[in-house]
Design a protein around this ligand. Structure first.
Ligand code: SOE
Length: 393
């Protein structure tokens, strides 16, 4: 294998991010094979050609099927909305392409399980796949994983995860595909709650076995996006409004196979929190706490120290010994969001060339999908919800 040629499907936020990652990975990391994004595929030919020029990708197309049929494409990198993941991934695996697929893996459990089965079969033919739960590639979180795996937290009792964003706080924030159940599968739950579920199961090495959940949609329609303003701006008050068919917020408790208890919250309406992806894990020997707002740091408490020496201490995960960090800048010169995607590309290339299944596998991502489905089922029934007697409404 001399090179790995990548076709990126999707020209939005993630398409742009992945293009950056494929370009950067071989510049900073010593890779056995050089990946190159050679083709960008989008739904509109003219806009995709412009995007390809901007991302530095030599070719563009509006036909993902012909991209997959090409002999000179080795990796299909799926960065499209969720409703297209299964069809593209299944076709790509059948054509013998390695597949990197954005999260959540699919829009429902049936699709996710079909993808996981196809991925397992492809692995036996030397064709690999991975789901893009990119936060696994945060150096500070990877350090937390090392601390947990080496027993520094002992037996895990609590997982406390919150993913707080605020870009939907205003009722005039514009409509996007992420608010359409047909395309996105679910709302905040699948978009960012899925990250917390994946991170929690990955860090603890334990699966979620049950949930008790609530979902809320606070704003039921939004103005159609004014292209001139763009996401993050406001739709004009008199613009036609589109119905929001997904959740704005999710809250649930969870049980883990190893006996731990989990409390999860995800919202895109936590005013003031742009991207606070937080998780804290408590065991009988210590705790770790992480907040993406301070993404280069992890807080570690060692409960085995003499009590007068105990307390959370901040570890700056930018030393050369820390995961991924040695490839970048001198210690203390932090990393950003885009680095996670570069690390993801690096791990994917290394696994593919060494013939190893990269993580998270489609099967791990299908387990996240099962949790998402359980949250929706629980929220719909609210069967374990007990109203407070005598409370005034
Ligand atoms: C939007 O909520 C979003 O871009 C997610 O889709 C990403 O997965 C997350 O990393 C940042 O926020």
């Amino acid at each position: 294998m001399a090179a790995l040629r990548v076709a990126i499907i999707g020209t939005g936020f993630m398409g742009r991010m992945h293009a950056h990652a494929w370009r950067t990975a071989p510049r900073f990391f010593d890779l056995p094979v050089t990946p190159t994004a050679t083709l960008l595929v989008g739904s509109n030919a003219a806009r995709t050609a412009l995007a390809a020029a901007e991302f530095g990708i030599p070719e563009s197309s509006d036909d993902w099927r012909s991209a997959i049929a090409r002999d000179d494409i080795d990796i299909v990198d799926i960065c499209t909305p969720g409703h297209t993941h299964a069809e593209i991934a299944l076709a790509a695996l059948a054509a013998g392409k390695h597949v990197l697929c954005e999260k959540p893996l699919a829009n429902d459990v049936a699709e996710a399980e079909q993808m996981a089965e196809a991925a397992a079969a492809a692995t036996r033919r030397g064709v690999f796949s991975m789901c893009g739960f990119s936060y696994r590639r945060t150096p500070a979180l990877a350090l937390a994983k090392q601390l947990i795996d080496t027993g520094r937290l002992g037996e895990i009792r609590h997982v406390r995860a919150q993913y707080l964003q605020d870009w939907l706080t205003s009722p005039d924030a514009p409509f996007t595909w992420r608010l359409d159940r047909e395309r996105a599968g679910s709302g905040t739950l699948g978009d960012i709650g899925a990250h917390s579920i994946d991170t929690a199961q990955w860090l603890t090495g334990s699966t979620i076995t049950g949930v008790s959940a609530m979902l809320r949609t606070f704003v039921t329609s939004r103005p159609r996006l004014d292209e001139r303003v763009g996401l993050g701006g406001h739709g004009s008050a008199d613009a036609p409004r589109e119905a929001v068919t997904v959740d704005d917020a999710a809250a649930f408790t969870a049980t883990f196979a190893d006996g731990a208890l989990g409390v999860f919250e995800a919202t895109r309406m936590a005013a003031g929190h742009r991207n606070a992806n937080r998780i804290e894990i408590n065991g009988d020997r210590g705790s770790v706490a992480f907040d993406f707002s301070f993404m280069n740091e992890v807080q570690f408490h060692d409960a085995t120290l003499p009590s007068h020496e105990q307390g959370f201490r901040r570890i700056d995960a930018t030393e050369p010994e820390h995961p991924y960090a040695g490839a970048w800048w001198p210690a203390g010169h932090g990393l950003g969001y885009e680095h996670l995607f570069t690390h993801q590309a690096v791990d994917f290339v290394r696994a593919v060339t060494e013939g190893r299944t990269p993580h998270p596998s489609f099967e791990e991502a299908a387990q996240v999908q099962r949790v998402l489905a359980a949250v929706e089922t629980s929220a719909a029934s609210e069967s374990r919800y007990t109203p407070v007697e005598g409370a005034r409404s």
